[in-house]
Design a protein around this ligand. Structure first.
Ligand code: FO1
Ligand code: 5AD
Ligand code: SF4
Length: 309
């Protein structure tokens, strides 16, 4: 039998407020329009998850401007939530937007792994979907991948598909990731994430179809080294046949399977048993994994142990 993995996860959102306005976003609220997640509330949620199969706490956040006087408090809240999750026996994975080198180094101490999507490297998207999203400057995002490499943080990245990029753009974005991997080797997985229209976003023209997705997977498998796992989110692939084709082409991970996909709240995950059975019918065994991959266990566990005692 062939194996495909997923991470039993739960998402905590420190804040939905974000100073960026990506056209495809269904997540954000305007700055100061959201009450931040308190530590008490986080503790209450985490307590209710103990003893269940959840191992990963995905910390996904909207962003406070780097120059804002509220930035320090924002970072501290993320740190405290991750620290709490860790002390309660979970593995935190933070994806909170671009960080300064010091901020990243600090969050490393309380995270098993971290992540940031490249989105796409073609700067022309700064005139369209990213016009009001300074955090999405391609060079800034690639620099984040470099810094994570210098800090040796087990890392998840990926590209967002169907936001107005060409097929060539997709290959360039994947090539940029492969080049950084050659230097540092810290990238565990690359997510190929199809933009999915929600009830709030303002991005309309999406011509990206299933064939484009399969072509992208094919190219990604050719471009990326074997030590990177290709991930797709199963809740964003509506057609079961297409999901199986993705696996046939080399996708080996289905990411965090969560009760609520905070980024795409209009697309819930199948019941895990149903998903397992569907895959089994096609000869695939779905197996849980941690947010940090086996090749990083030793380094990660010794790094985090200190904090749990
Ligand atoms: O449920 C989700 N999980 C997302 N995850 C989590 C992912 O599915 C895995 O849980 C983690 O990569 C760790 O295993 C992301 C992680 C990143 O580092 C970067 C981007 C994403 C994006 C999503 C997402 O849109 N929805
Ligand atoms: C956390 C990640 O979620 C992705 N993201 C944001 N909005 C959407 C959407 N409507 N559909 C799919 N992915 C999205 C971006 O790639 C971001 O980096
Ligand atoms: S996708 Fe992330 S950066 Fe863009 S508006 Fe939404 S929360 Fe902010």
């Amino acid at each position: 039998m062939r194996l495909v993995t997923y991470s039993p996860a739960f998402t905590l959102v420190p804040t939905y407020e974000c100073f960026n306005r990506c056209s495809y976003c269904n997540f954000r609220t305007d700055p100061k329009q959201d009450l931040w997640l308190t530590l008490d509330k986080a503790r209450e949620i985490l307590t209710s998850l103990q003893g269940k199969e959840v191992t990963e706490i995905l910390i996904l956040s909207g962003e406070v401007h780097p120059q804002s006087n509220r930035r320090k408090d924002w970072l501290k809240r993320i740190y405290d939530i991750a620290h709490l999750a860790l002390s309660m026996g979970f593995f935190p994975h933070s994806n909170v937007g671009p960080l300064s080198y010091e901020e990243m180094a600090l969050l490393k101490t309380v995270n098993a792994s971290m992540g940031l999507m490249v989105e796409q490297v073609n700067p022309s998207l700064l005139d369209t979907v990213h016009r009001f999203a300074p955090s999405k400057v391609p060079q800034l995002r690639l620099q984040q991948l470099e810094w994570a490499g210098m800090l040796q943080i087990p890392f998840t990245t990926g590209i967002l598909l169907g936001i107005g990029e060409s097929s060539f753009d997709r290959m360039e974005s994947i090539r940029a990731i492969a080049l950084i991997q050659e230097k540092y080797g810290h990238i565990q997985e690359v997510i190929l994430q199809p933009y999915s229209k929600g009830s709030k976003d303002s991005y309309l023209q999406n011509n990206f179809n299933n064939l484009d997705l399969l072509e992208t997977i094919n190219n990604a498998k050719k471009i990326l080294p074997n030590n990177i796992t290709v991930q797709i989110p199963p809740n964003l692939i509506q057609d079961e046949k297409v999901l199986i084709q993705c696996l046939e082409l080399g996708v080996r991970d289905l990411g965090g399977i969560v009760p609520k996909d905070e980024v795409n709240p209009n697309y819930s995950h199948d019941n895990l048993t149903d998903l397992k059975n569907t895959l089994l019918n096609h000869g695939w065994i779905l197996k849980p994994r941690l947010p940090v991959y086996p090749q990083y266990y030793q380094e990660t566990f010794s790094r985090l142990k200190i904090l749990c005692n």
